[in-house]
Design a protein around this ligand. Structure first.
Ligand code: F6R
Length: 615
């Protein structure tokens, strides 16, 4: 969703701001802009559309062209923004920065009481140009500003309700940026040459890896040579410097055509980085986050909550934990969980899964679980994110930055983590003995090599993609763990190729969905569970008889009847329980090549945002 950047240093900053904004493009946006101190004024340039026009865009649109037309602002301090429209359509006037010449702001989040504030300000003579909630904050700051920026910020913040990260500049305080946040993330990057603000560290990695995490209602004052932090009452505070472990290469394509393809190929390494630190003497161990066997033994049930792919990772977790540990697991979509008065108690563990750590519904589900008194464990990729900070226990999946909107490696490490968790819970509960636990853990540690083998079958995935790329609709079917996986396969395909697809429990087909099968409709049958293979083979026959064109994803060693299956995608053999770890690769690659062949915007599919910070 929206992205914020800010720079104060010695260099001309227009290009620096635009480049930083381009690094935030992956979050999703529909307009962009910058505001820079130029002489005695603040010069703002902003435009609807992508920063640089892409394939289907009007070639004259976007910030890049507008800067050429209007001239780049000349100055060494400024703020910038990528906007994902919520209040008011994407348009030049609704784009940020927004202000009135005295104060200019960039804003992420939503101001819930903006109507009341707007009414109040209108009664004091303010006029409004945009339809945004952001403009009310800019004008409120102006209303309270009497020479002291901190005082104006403190007063404005106490009036506004909702979520916000704000980058603020005051014309009278040249070459200084102020920042404040509540709920929406914001960091302050520091280096010897310049200081920054950004919604996430990827925006500024080419300049620095050192940053401060701004906490709720802390205010930062940023100059070229120093940064100061205050609490909401204006008292100075000290903060701890953080250093990102990600480097700039991690946030670049590194020779791959798309970030998605690069990130799929990074999976073996990402899994190693997630699994190895949690294996001590051959056994999974979560002592580092406080998840001891004693604590595990206190849980009656486990809830796993997330959205999209994160929730799908939870589905794999459910099958594996229930199978091995014999503990009931309830998987829930965060946006449902938070509003359905969930039946959780203080004897339950709620596992919250999120790549970004900022998903609004998932964060709300976590807060609700805490209020009810459940123990909470966050499985999160982005270090220091809101979910990571809110949960009682946190485990980082060390996938590195995921830039492609479509999640691949983050999902893979989430399921790897689910396995480790399942193994330890099963051991702690006495459902598996130490030997079995060690054996399973060792097999998981060997998965990266198996994934590597799957990555080598590019031509096969391209072939399948060529067979499905013209379909209007298709089905993914599976049973057990394969059903959980097929949900993810179907989401990947529809998300980036825009082909409608559904995932179905194969045994459910006869209860309605089979009526959808028409001549030539592709069906991707995921059939890696040997105990269920015969059942799957019958389901495949059912769809084949009705005209489906079947692609079966199964163990390489499996004999499939050529009259039932049009194409087989073979997988290296691992135990059935661990098959999702390898099966995910062909599903991702088939979706990827289908999207490429259809010419869609693979890394930034339409209408989607990487980090969904609003409901
Ligand atoms: C799909 C995808 C989304 C996310 C979902 C949750 O490819 O990326 O479905 O998985 O929006 O996001 P996080 O994990 O950041 O909470």
């Amino acid at each position: 969703m929206c992205g914020i950047v800010g720079y104060v240093g010695k260099e001309e900053c227009a290009d620096i701001l635009v480049n930083a904004l381009r690094r935030l493009e992956y979050r999703g946006y529909d307009s962009a802009g910058i505001a820079v101190f130029e002489g005695d004024r603040i010069k703002t340039v902003k435009a609807k559309g992508k920063i640089k026009p892409e394939k289907d865009d009007d070639k004259k649109s976007g910030l890049w062209n507008k800067l050429k037309e209007e001239g780049k602002p000349v100055g060494t301090c400024g703020i910038g923004h990528t906007r994902w429209a919520t209040h008011g359509e994407p348009s030049d006037v609704n784009s940020h920065p927004i202000g009135n010449g005295r104060v200019s702001i960039v804003h992420n989040g939503i101001i819930e009481n903006y109507r009341e504030i707007k009414k109040f300000l209108m009664s004091h003579g303010y006029g409004f140009e945009s339809e945004t909630d952001t403009e009310t904050v800019a004008k409120l700051l102006d209303y309270y500003y009497e020479g002291d920026p901190l005082e104006a910020i403190e007063k404005a913040v106490s009036d506004i309700e909702g979520a916000y990260a704000l980058g603020i500049i005051f014309r009278e305080h040249k070459n200084k940026i102020f920042a404040v946040r509540k709920e929406s993330p914001l960091i302050v990057g520091v280096s010897d040459e310049a200081n920054f603000i950004a919604s996430d560290v990827t925006a500024i990695l080419e300049h620095t890896r050192d940053y401060y995490l701004l906490e709720h209602n802390e205010i930062a004052e940023i100059r070229q040579d120093k940064v100061k932090f205050y609490d909401i009452h204006g008292n100075k505070i000290e903060k701890e410097l953080q250093t990102a472990t990600w480097d700039i290469e991690a946030a670049e394509k590194g020779g791959f055509e798309h970030f998605m393809l690069k990130e799929i190929h990074e999976q073996p390494d990402a899994i190693r980085k997630t699994v190895s630190p949690r294996v001590k003497n051959g056994m999974p161990s979560f002592e580092e986050c406080g998840l001891t066997d004693e604590r595990i033994n206190g849980y009656d049930r486990i809830f796993i909550v997330g959205c999209g792919s994160a929730m799908h990772a939870g589905m794999v977790g459910k099958y594996v934990i229930e199978d091995l540990a014999r503990v009931p697991v309830i998987v829930d979509i965060a946006s449902e969980f938070r509003y359905r008065n969930p039946l959780i108690t203080d004897k339950d563990l709620v596992v919250i899964i999120s790549q970004s750590g900022e998903t609004a519904d998932t964060l709300a589900a976590l807060k609700l679980s805490k209020e009810i008194g459940a123990d909470t464990l966050a499985v999160v990729n982005v270090v220091g994110s809101s979910i990571a900070r809110e949960a009682a226990m946190v485990m980082y999946t060390n996938a590195g930055p995921e830039i492609s909107v479509c999640s691949t490696k983050a999902y893979a490490v989430q399921i790897a983590f689910m396995y480790l968790l399942a193994f330890r819970i099963a051991y702690a509960k006495g459902a598996v003995d130490e030997e079995r636990c060690r054996q399973l853990t060792a097999e998981l540690e060997g998965i990266p090599e198996k994934i590597q083998q799957c990555l080598e079958n590019k031509e096969q995935y391209q072939y399948v993609a060529s067979k499905i790329m013209s379909a209007d609709s298709l089905l993914y079917i599976g049973r057990g763990l394969d059903y959980a996986l097929s949900m993810e396969g179907s989401l990947k395909l529809k998300e980036i190729s825009y082909i409608h697809s559904e995932s179905y429990a194969a045994g459910e087909l006869k209860h309605g969905t089979i009526s959808l099968i028409t001549e030539g409709m592709p069906v991707i049958a995921v059939a890696t569970q040997r105990a269920l293979f015969d059942k799957m083979a019958s389901n495949v026959k059912e769809v084949k008889t009705r005209g489906a064109s079947v692609v079966m994803v199964c163990h390489d060693s499996m004999n499939v009847e050529s009259e039932s299956v049009d194409h087989k995608v073979g997988l290296p053999t691992v135990s059935d329980l661990l098959m999702p770890m390898v099966t995910v690769v062909p599903l991702q690659m088939i979706a990827y090549y289908t999207a490429v062949q259809r010419g869609t915007n693979v890394d930034k599919p339409r209408n989607l945002a990487k980090s969904v910070t609003v409901e």
